[in-house]
Design a protein around this ligand. Structure first.
Ligand SMILES: Nc1nc2c(ncn2[C@@H]2O[C@H](COP(=O)(O)OP(=O)(O)OP(=O)(O)O)[C@@H](O)[C@H]2O)c(=O)[nH]1
Ligand SMILES: [Mg+2]
Length: 462
């Protein structure tokens, strides 16, 4: 046990060190800049805050809880044929001298050492369906497994009382591995499962983090029955994900609950492979952290792009207005008093005349200067009172015009930062036209291009 524990500790150190290194590079190169734009660095590193997470989702009664119990080797979760779990339960081991405990949702969300603060937005009803169980168990020392309420067919957000799909999406985005479990009775035909695969997961999770499982295959009456279920599931998945390739689907069954079935032999080892995949979650975390930081930086890059265009458009218009004002000032300087003389007969000697006759006097220069200032004053009032508020409003109504969303990836990133761009323009537009966004863009790009690639190389060598 000592040796195994030592390897655990070493691994733990590698992962923690990796996360720390990325954090310190980003903080050193971009910390201040991120803060200038109200970017909370803690949010960027939420993914690396706690243990690797494995989220288990799927149809009701597909065997999620049974599988978790088997994984940890203890009856932690209730199981049953009808929909059983109505809560999200995080299961992990106790640390050091901690005793076994169950923590309520409100305490989890308010605990700054845990990464679940962002789930607060799903409201009280969700929080009351959220819990953390710490058990004495070495197997899950390095990770936390999350059991979830089974997906149902005819349930709505109103029935659940909270945005179930939204919560799944949010938890999935933090998770390093997502096990999506089906069973032969409902191989991908459940409405909520459809929604999750079709709309929720693609937004928050990279494909490589999702593991598909067809569980309870012992309940297929014969091989033909199993092939039919498998075919149905792959067909449904291809419809839902839009993927052209067929992802690997683990065909599993619970050795304890399985009915006698002679065709099962060949698949018996898939259960162990699935468990091995779960225990590799800490490794997945490295990728996850890096991808997460990379994505956040690229999203930040998009925010900078938007702010740079916001600033550039403004100064372009100012340049145009400046040229007109300058022209008006020059005309006013030379001819305004001449016009005044034609209308009112005053002053006696307009500036241009005195210039031509060589009788230039300081009084005439001063009057002309005063006339020259007039367009500047008017322009400045126009900019402050009319142009600026209108410009800000126009930009807020056309936020998309600030960025080029030429790829699906950029469109996804835009969903992440649009609200931030809006908030920046709403609350500190005046500041944004003075900040050096292009310089910050370059800094950000250099960090992504040069320094992040070093970390990608480092993952390969771990
Ligand atoms: N035959 C067979 N039965 C299984 C298998 N896995 C689980 N079961 C049984 O299926 C039923 C449902 O299992 P659970 O583990 O409670 O399923 P769940 O996915 O957690 O269900 P919800 O919490 O309701 O979403 C239980 O009665 C289990 O004993 C399996 O591989 N084969
Ligand atoms: Mg369950």
């Amino acid at each position: 046990m000592g040796g195994g524990r030592l390897i655990f500790m070493e691994q733990e150190n590698i992962y923690k060190q990796f996360a720390k290194d990325i954090e310190s590079v980003v903080r050193a190169d971009l910390g201040q800049t991120l803060e200038t734009y109200g970017y909370d660095l803690d949010m960027v590193f939420t993914a690396s805050k706690w243990k690797p997470l494995v989220l288990i989702i799927g149809n009701y009664s597909s065997g999620k809880s049974t599988f978790i119990n088997e994984l940890v080797g203890a009856e932690i979760q209730r199981t049953g044929q009808a929909p059983t779990d109505d809560s999200f339960t995080i299961i992990t081991s106790t640390e050091g001298s901690e005793v076994e405990s169950e923590t309520k949702g409100s305490a989890i969300i308010n605990d700054p050492s845990l990464p679940f603060e962002s789930l607060r937005k799903f409201g009280e009803k969700f929080i009351s369906h959220f819990q953390l169980k710490r058990i004495q168990n070495d197997k899950i020392r390095e990770l936390a497994v999350i059991d979830s309420p089974g997906m149902l067919d005819s349930v709505t957000e109103k029935d659940r009382g909270y945005d179930y799909l939204g919560a799944i999406g949010e938890i999935a985005s933090m998770s390093d591995l997502i096990i999506l479990m089906f069973d032969p009775h409902k191989a991908g035909t459940i409405k909520e499962a459809y929604e999750v695969i079709r709309s929720t997961l693609p937004v928050t999770v990279g494909e490589e983090r999702i593991v598909y499982v067809l569980n309870r295959i012992d309940e297929c009456d014969n091989l033909a029955d199993l092939v039919k279920s498998y075919g149905t599931l792959t067909w449904n998945l291809s419809q839902m994900t839009g993927r052209k390739d067929i992802p690997r689907i683990f065909l599993t069954f619970s050795p304890e609950r399985a009915r006698q079935n002679e065709t099962l032999g060949i698949w018996a080892k898939e259960r162990d492979e699935l468990k091995a995949a779960i225990f590799s979650a800490p490794r997945m975390r490295l990728n996850h952290i890096l991808q997460h930081v990379d994505r956040e930086l690229r999203a930040f890059g998009l925010l900078l792009e938007a702010m740079a265009v916001f600033k550039q458009n403004f100064w372009q218009k100012m340049l145009y207005l400046g040229k007109i004002t300058f022209l008006a000032s020059v005309i006013a300087f030379f001819f305004a008093d001449l016009l005044l003389k034609l209308i009112t007969g005053y002053p006696d000697m307009p500036f241009v005349i005195s210039l031509l006759t060589g009788e230039l006097n300081p009084g005439a220069i001063l009057t002309s200067a005063a006339f020259a200032i007039l367009p500047i004053g008017l322009a400045s009032v126009y900019v402050h009172r009319l142009f600026w508020p209108k410009y800000v409003k126009l930009m807020l109504c056309n936020l998309e015009s600030l960025v080029t969303l030429d790829t699906a990836y950029k469109k996804d990133l835009w969903k992440k930062v649009k609200a931030k761009v809006e908030a920046l323009i709403t609350s500190q537009a005046g500041r944004q036209i003075w900040l050096s966004h292009t310089k910050n863009q370059k800094k950000n790009e250099t960090l992504i291009r040069k320094k992040m690639s070093v970390f990608y190389d480092r993952i390969k060598s771990i």
